[in-house]
Design a protein around this ligand. Sequence first.
Ligand code: WQD
Length: 338
Amino acid sequence: MNVLLTGGAGYIGSHIAVELAEAGFDIIIVDNYSNASKEVIHRIEELAGKRVFAYEVDVCDKAALSEVFRKHDIDAVIHCAGFKAVGESVQKPLMYYRNNLGSTVTLLETMEEFGVNRIIFSSSATVYGVPKALPYTEDMETGPCTNPYGSTKLMSEQIITDAAAARPEMSAVLLRYFNPVGAHPSGRIGEMPSGVPNNLMPYIAQVAVGRLESLGVFGDDYPTKDGTGVRDYIHVVDLAKGHVAALKYSLEQSGVDVFNLGSGQGSSVLDLVRAFERANGLKIPYRILPRREGDLPAYWADADKAERVLGWKVERTLEDMCRDTWNWQKNNPNGYDE
Ligand code: WQD
């Protein structure tokens, strides 16, 4: 069965590719490499133990995308391509709307033209906006989002939902990711943020490798157990396996369904620092800084629906996430640039 994976050279997409291959699917990757390296494709093939088709195609480019659909008989699409930096989306909102919404619309149009009916979409817990209650459940009201990046995820969910309503043969699964971290246990693929990392785990990893001096903890006066921000961290391999489960589910279904992909556990910034130190026998120096603008104090997933309906739940611990991150970071200090 042929699965088209947009953004398949990215951090999450590459891990999905490996899990799909392991589950016996054939993979066709499209990626414009705007935030990814071509070396990733070799690493995916090495881990998958088979050939992967990969095309340098921007999903907004209808003609180029159609060419891929013409070449391959595609059975389902997993749509991960998109810009994802929260801060950048505040600075360049139109670039985010054009790219993230344009790609979703172009992809859906092309799917319709070629009679492809199944789509799994990379959404985000950010669609819930400021928590009305915790944990977040899938039936909670969404929005308003706290930044344009989040709005593009929420709007894409709406676009996909409307497209599916107009085509009853369609099956769409919206996956709301919590905080994906970690790397493949082989240390061959992982996250490669460009510049100084914005996100917590890559920042810790770069402190560990000596590239950055110390971690700045954004606020210790939140109403949480130790005053630092609480999030639901999920190992990227568990997240990838969630896509395989969602894909199998979509083969049996029509209509739209939505699932949280999280652990169901909240961990604080200091929990993560301590887990990293424990897992790797290292010391992570940190200092307390003021709160980061736009951050929510705490949120985590209700992960029951995915377990009940998809038969999927996380299997990897915070220590696993920290060990695998460090294994990737220390073996690839410059990311994919060898
Ligand atoms: C986690 C916690 C910070 C960095 C964002 C997006 C979300 C998704 C993932 C995806 C918070 C604290 C962080 C640091 C710190 N985006 N922190 N020092 O903000 O939960 O989620 O990334 O594509 O949509 O909103 O993740 O890892 O940045 O922060 O203290 O140097 O770590 O304040 O409490 P976040 P994060």
